[in-house]
Design a protein around this ligand. Structure first.
Ligand SMILES: Cc1cc2nc3c(=O)[nH]c(=O)nc-3n(C[C@H](O)[C@H](O)[C@H](O)COP(=O)(O)OP(=O)(O)OC[C@H]3O[C@@H](n4cnc5c(N)ncnc54)[C@H](O)[C@@H]3O)c2cc1C
Length: 379
């Protein structure tokens, strides 16, 4: 069976590695010129990390990630509202940890080193002709296959062709993302500052902490602050002296600092004929529940499982089963991350005060209901 994967992100690379494990060599096209930019940090829950286990990558994952042990929520003045024992909830199900996206991609590449990966080439569309899919590439050429997997992320070109233009679910907020190295802060603690009109989260990675500083786009977006990091620092300095060291690590010139618009999208259909969607292309995630990469890994494992039980002739029905197994679970997680976003991203001082009072009584299970329940469920 000839398989083409659009996108060498978490889902695409995981699928390529899983296929390679059972002797199937896919071909991957990736828009980016290389993996050199490490990108942002990803927290993996056991639901995603155990796919790495299956690939024999667990030791490497442990060596390149940092454990997430404690989760503390602080209010807009830096005072602690609630501390949760995250490690205790996750530990009986498997490993979890924070890792830089680039490191995770490098790990996955180790398990499919000989798989053709064409950097700097986008998949622009496809045409279905009988049992063949003709894949169109940005260099003007085409390549044909039995199965095209659209793992091309939140703004997927494959999804656009498969399901039409879909409206993004917009939060109206976005975030600046950077990393603090050589910090004296506890290495395994997730800390979030929930202020009014500002949110700042700190997430463990090896040798440092990933920072997500979120605010309404009309207040902190690139079109407002330009490249002036000092404006961002001033806005988040209102969270108190407790974040001063973190803000000091943000460059005054935002040139290469990531800005993410906090939106997601959900596709009604995950496949058509011999074309399937994987990861954010099918169901994208706000980073609020920290679960998008885990879901992409899990979906890659299920897709690989379904593909292992069929040949090219019966692909459409295998893809239908893949969608049935994945869509409800992914959408439940997406609902969770949207709910969390509405709690974390509040502009009004009064409402955020009320939220803080409520948070004192919120258990971890209530906060991340689907994650807590899903850990025990089969996929
Ligand atoms: C700031 C931030 C923090 C996050 N934190 C977490 C977290 O802690 N935990 C977690 O689980 N998730 C987190 N997420 C979400 C997570 O990153 C995504 O859900 C996950 O990466 C989805 O994997 P994917 O393979 O579907 O997409 P991606 O990893 O985005 O990969 C898509 C790939 O496709 C490529 N591409 C795009 N278009 C084309 C094309 N037409 N042709 C070829 N290639 C193309 C892109 O260059 C990219 O490499 C976070 C996201 C952000 C933005």
């Amino acid at each position: 069976m000839k398989i083409i994967i659009a996108g060498a992100g978490i889902g695409g690379m995981a699928l390529a590695a899983l296929l390679r494990q059972r002797g199937v060599t896919a071909e991957i096209y990736e828009r980016a010129p290389n993996f050199d930019h490490s990108g942002y940090m990803l927290g993996l829950y056991p639901i995603g990390a155990r796919v790495l286990h299956g690939l024999g990558l667990m030791d490497d994952f442990l060596a390149t990630s940092e454990r997430m042990d404690i989760y503390t929520v602080r209010n807009g003045h830096g005072q602690e509202i609630h501390t949760y024992e995250l490690g205790r909830m996750l530990d009986s199900f498997g490993y979890s940890g924070g890792i830089m996206r680039g490191e995770l991609l490098a790990l996955l590449r180790r398990r499919c080193e000989d798989v053709p990966l064409h950097f700097g080439t986008s998949v622009t569309g496809f045409e279905e002709a009988g049992d063949t899919v003709e894949v169109k590439l940005s260099d003007g050429s085409t390549n044909s296959c039995d199965l095209l997997v659209g793992a091309d992320g939140i703004h997927s070109a494959i999804r656009r062709q498969l399901a039409g233009a879909l409206p993004d679910h917009e939060t109206g907020w976005g975030c600046w993302v950077w990393v603090v190295r050589n910090t004296r802060r506890p290495p395994t603690a997730v800390v979030e500052h929930w202020g009014a009109g500002r949110f700042l989260g700190l997430y463990p990675v090896k040798g440092g902490l990933g920072v997500v500083a979120a605010a309404p786009t009309r207040v902190m977006g690139p079109s407002v602050v330009g490249e002036d990091g000092r404006k961002v620092k001033t806005h988040f300095a209102a969270l108190g002296d407790g974040v001063a060291d973190v803000l000091a690590a943000l460059p005054d010139d935002l040139g290469s600092t990531f800005w993410w618009q906090l939106s997601d999208v959900r596709s009604e259909s995950w496949h058509r004929g011999r074309v399937a969607l994987l990861g954010d292309a099918a169901c994208a995630f706000l980073p609020t529940a920290g679960v998008g990469a885990s879901i992409a890994l899990e979906s890659a494992a299920v897709l690989n499982d379904e593909l292992s039980r069929t040949d090219a002739r019966f692909l459409p029905s295998a893809l239908a089963r893949y969608e049935m197994r994945r869509k409800p679970r992914a959408e439940a997680f997406q609902d969770d991350s949207r709910k969390l976003a509405s709690m974390m991203m509040i502009e009004s001082v009064e409402l955020s005060w009320g939220r803080d009072q409520l948070m004192r009584f919120y258990t971890l299970d209530m906060l991340a209901k689907t994650i807590a329940q899903s850990l025990a469920k089969p996929i």
